[in-house]
Write a protein that binds this ligand. Structure first.
Ligand code: SAM
Length: 252
């Protein structure tokens, strides 16, 4: 049976410690999305982090409030009740979280939009692989381009289902995300997003054929005259992040 509200609690304490030790957290404001029973919260507090937790499930709050009453009193811990993909988030420098998988994409791009120094986040393994895939890899796609345009994505570790209770059906992975500026300045973010979406919605087609569909929405004359034959004949998964940006910058 599927656990309600993505509730798979981490029971592998080595993994908890490795996650909490991935970036130095002492004295920093650390956003934790979905503290659940508080296993990661406790590890972060023990390392001197100021934890800013956001939890959707109100039934978990009495336990968290009892377990961390001292830290709540001192302000080392705050808990906001709500959906982390929607609520106003408290100020934070770092993010460390075993994420609810149903909001992985939404929350990741929301966080990148807000900005942070680095994030240590747990995803479904397949999702993490797609985020980190290099061009030419079979997992390389829209998520890889969009994530790597705005950040470095590094694998920290993989976790089997039995690291959690209840066990999920899939493996998980922890990644470290470090935001950066796009490798080439983007003239228009909306056009860039449309180019990436359009090209990856026809993975088996060549860039030339994908661009034909894009031509229904945008004037692509400038793009078509300035793009090489070699690129036009490639499939989209062979294009680097820089190439996607350069192509979108040629659209008027
Ligand atoms: N951090 C805990 C751990 O590692 O054991 C729990 C992780 S569990 C995978 C995900 C947690 O996120 C649950 O506590 C769940 O209630 C909470 N959650 C689910 N959807 C959420 C959302 N939209 N916003 C904030 N928390 C959410």
């Amino acid at each position: 049976m599927k656990a309600p509200k993505d509730q798979h609690f981490l029971i592998d304490f080595d993994a908890v410690n490795r996650i909490a030790d991935t970036v130095p957290v002492a004295g920093r404001n650390v956003l934790e999305i979905g503290p659940g029973g508080g296993v990661l919260t406790e590890a972060l507090l023990a390392r001197g982090a100021n934890v800013r937790a956001v939890e959707l499930d109100g039934t978990l709050l009495p336990n968290l409030e009892e377990r961390f009453c001292e830290e709540l009193k001192s302000g080392q811990l705050t808990i906001t009740r709500g959906d982390a993909s929607k609520v106003e988030l408290p100020p934070f420098d770092l993010v460390v979280a075993n994420l609810p998988y149903s909001i992985s994409s939404k929350i990741t791009f929301r966080l990148l939009d807000i900005g942070f120094e680095s994030a240590v986040l747990m995803y479904q393994l397949e999702f993490a692989k797609r985020m980190a895939a290099a061009f030419g890899d079979k997992e390389y796609g829209r998520l890889s381009v969009m994530a790597q345009t705005y950040s470095d994505v590094e694998f920290v570790m993989e976790l089997p289902p039995n690291a959690f209770n209840p066990q999920p059906e899939v493996w998980s992975a922890v990644v470290k995300i470090t935001p950066h500026e796009p490798p080439v300045p983007i003239k228009n973010k909306k056009v860039f997003e449309d180019v990436v979406r359009e090209l990856f919605s026809h993975r088996r087609k060549t860039v030339r054929n994908c661009l034909k569909s894009l031509g229904k929405k945008y004037n692509i004359d400038n793009l078509m005259t300035n793009i090489s034959e070699e690129i036009l004949n490639l499939r989209p998964e062979m294009l680097s992040v820089e190439k996607f940006i350069e192509m979108s910058n040629l659209i008027e």
